[in-house]
Design a protein around this ligand. Sequence first.
Ligand SMILES: Cc1cc2nc3c(=O)[nH]c(=O)nc-3n(C[C@H](O)[C@H](O)[C@H](O)COP(=O)(O)O)c2cc1C
Length: 240
Amino acid sequence: MLNIEELYELAKRRRSVRGYDFNEGKSIPEEYIQKILEIAHWAPSAGNGQPWQFIVIKDQAMREKIVELFLKQLEPKREMEAALRGERNINSPGFKNAPVFILVIGDPRVNEAYPVRTREEKGFQHFITGLANATMLIHLAVASLGMGSQYVSDASSPYMATMLKAYLGIPDHFKVYELIPIGYLKSPVPPPPRLALEELVHYESFDPAKSRSNEQMKEFIFSITRRGAYGKRDRNKKEE
Ligand SMILES: Cc1cc2nc3c(=O)[nH]c(=O)nc-3n(C[C@H](O)[C@H](O)[C@H](O)COP(=O)(O)O)c2cc1C
C-alpha cells in the first residue's frame, strides 16, 4: 500500500509534459499501458456508471493524423484569442513525439444509472466527473512509472472530436473527452506554482479574509496561471 508520503510525492511530481523523447529504446512496454488502464478503470464514478472507455493509439501514421487535426482546430482558436485579447501563443503540439496516445471517451447512456432527479439535475456533471477521475488516475499512473503525460483537451472541441470519431470508428453517441499523450520526458519540467495552502483552506466556516478581490484575481490569472498552462510565461517576468 502506498503510504501518504509516497502519495504526496506522486501528486506533487506529476507534471503536464509538453515535450517527449521518442526513440525506439524508450518505447513504452505493453505491460505499462495495461497497468495504467487497470488503474484508471478503478476510478470512482457516479452510480458506478463507469462511463469511460479507452482507445490506445500507437500507430505512428494515426498519431501524425491526430497531430494534424490538433493543428487544424488550433487555427480558429488562435484567431479568436488574437481578436479578443491580442495573444497568439496559445498552444502547440508539444506532444507530437509521444509514442502512445490514450483517448478517453465516455458513453453518456450511463446516466441512466442515476436516480431520475440526479440524472436531471446533474447527469452531465456526474458523467464528466467520472471521466475526469479516470483521466486523473492515468496521469498519476504514468507519473509513477517515471514518464510524463499531458491533457489535450482540445480533443473534445467539435471539429477534433468529430474527426477523431471518423478516424477511429467511434460511435457517434460517445463523448470524446480527453487525449492523453504518454512518453518519456525530453527534459525535466519545473512545477508550475501553486497557491499557498493557507490561502485556500477555511476552518469551520468561510474566512472572508481569504476572499480574493477582482484585482487579486486578475493578477493571479495573468501571472501565476500563465506559468505552465498553455506553455505561456508570466507576462510580468522576463525570464524564469
Ligand atoms: C481539465 C484540464 C484541461 C487541460 N487542458 C490542457 C490542454 O489542452 N493543453 C495543455 O497543454 N494542458 C492542459 N491542461 C494542463 C494544465 O495546463 C496543467 O495541469 C496546469 O498548468 C498545471 O500544471 P501541472 O499539470 O504540470 O501541475 C489541462 C488540465 C486540466 C485539468
